[in-house]
Design a binder for this molecule. Structure first.
Ligand code: FA5
Length: 361
């Protein structure tokens, strides 16, 4: 439909012609469905060369009596169409606004989308439980550096260079020995260096638990990782004896694994304690009868910590009187304890970042 007509193409400039223009214009206005169509309608009808404007311009060519009638009708129509245009424009704007509000609306009755929920790593959960047990027994929790000096990791723990005990801890050296110069910095192999660091700056009574990562340059298997988490214990006071060590560790095992847990203390050797022991807990995977058991290899026990009475030379080196002060120390592996708690038969699951494993805790 075109509303453009030049005066020359209008067959008769009569009020009938105005009526035709009016019908077409009204229909066109209702058909305009958006702002662009509306603008096109305005140009074609009311614009400079629009249909109605052309009629008004051609009035001069009509006879006087026709001119009055047609002119009046054309002016009335123009007023009507201009008003109708404004109404239509408002209607379209309101409809567009409604549509955009409806498109962005939130349906509060829809069920929520499930959000994946993170959780704590099983070793973190276990570490917190270990520390909570010792906090209840009056221990303070302190931390030490993961990058350590040979002096603290070995020397001052009575493990001098070339001492065979160094072979107990395969080491990640950070500055390998060069000709004429010894390696001196390493990733700590255990949390025991913090015994020395703490004694340097504190006086007895001491009762601390030291959680932290340790690193060992060793091949992994079902119970050994190259990165492990230890908790070190150090107690120094007057009158501390082996019974305190045993009672504390038994109470710890009871709190973590339940009252029926059996613990075994057996002789062991660590240069910084005398005597030295290790604590093992009854195997959860077999009753101790399966030589192929990956957890205990048929022994029935899983070793979870080394311990002992702090060597008097270490007490003296800290500046304390070893005839007055005695103490005990222990170092336990949080991964081994988590294995016992959750019945995990291979330590390597912990750090493979497999969500099928981690999602179970
Ligand atoms: C030590 O590290 C001594 N510092 C413990 C100690 C502290 C003894 C204070 C006396 C006094 P050991 O190397 O045995 O000891 O390690 C202690 C515990 O760490 C082990 O019982 C075990 O639970 C854990 N552990 C050791 N090596 C690994 C490993 N490669 N992967 C996982 N856990 C380990």
């Amino acid at each position: 439909m075109s509303l453009r007509r030049s005066p020359a193409t209008l067959p008769l400039m009569t009020t009938d012609a105005i009526t035709t223009i009016a019908d077409e214009a009204r229909a066109g206005l209702q058909a305009a469905g958006d702002e662009a169509a509306l603008e096109a309608w305005r140009t074609a009808t009311l614009g400079r060369s629009g249909a109605l404007t052309s009629v008004l311009r051609s009035l001069g060519t009509l006879a006087p009596e026709e001119r009055r009638a047609v002119g009046q009708a054309a002016n009335v129509l123009r007023d009507e169409l201009e008003a109708a245009f404004e109404v239509r424009r408002e209607t379209l704007r309101a409809a567009a606004l409604h549509a955009s509000v409806a498109a962005g609306a939130i349906d509060v009755t829809l069920p929520g989308r499930p959000q994946p929920r993170g959780g704590l790593h099983p070793v973190t959960i276990t570490l917190r439980e270990i520390l909570a047990a010792f906090t209840r027994m009056g221990f303070d929790s302190v931390e030490g550096p993961e990058v350590e000096l040979d002096e603290y990791n070995f020397e001052r723990l009575r493990i001098p260079e070339d001492h065979p005990a160094r072979d107990m801890w395969d080491t990640f050296w950070l500055n390998p020995a060069t000709a004429g110069e010894r390696a001196s910095t390493l990733l700590r192999t255990h949390t025991s260096p913090m015994q020395i660091r703490y004694m340097e700056t504190h006086t007895p009574p001491i009762r601390i638990a030291v959680p932290g990562r340790c690193y060992r340059y060793e091949a992994t298997d079902a119970t050994h990782e190259w990165m492990l988490t230890q908790v070190e214990l150090l107690v120094i006071d007057e009158g501390i004896g082996m019974a305190d060590l045993k009672g504390t560790l038994q109470e710890f095992a009871r709190q973590l694994f339940g009252p029926d847990t059996r613990v075994l203390l057996r002789n062991s050797y660590f240069p910084f304690v005398e005597p030295g022991v290790e604590l093992a807990v009854s195997c959860f995977a077999c009753p101790g009868t399966d030589p192929a058991c990956s957890v205990c290899r048929g022994s029935g026990w899983l070793e979870i910590m080394g311990a002992g009475m702090v060597h008097p030379e270490i007490i003296e080196a800290a500046g304390y009187d070893s005839t007055r002060y005695t103490g005990f120390a222990a170092g336990m592996g949080a991964e081994r304890i988590a294995m016992l708690k959750y019945g995990i038969t291979d330590i390597r699951h912990f750090y493979q970042n497999d969500l099928r494993f981690l999602g179970q805790f």
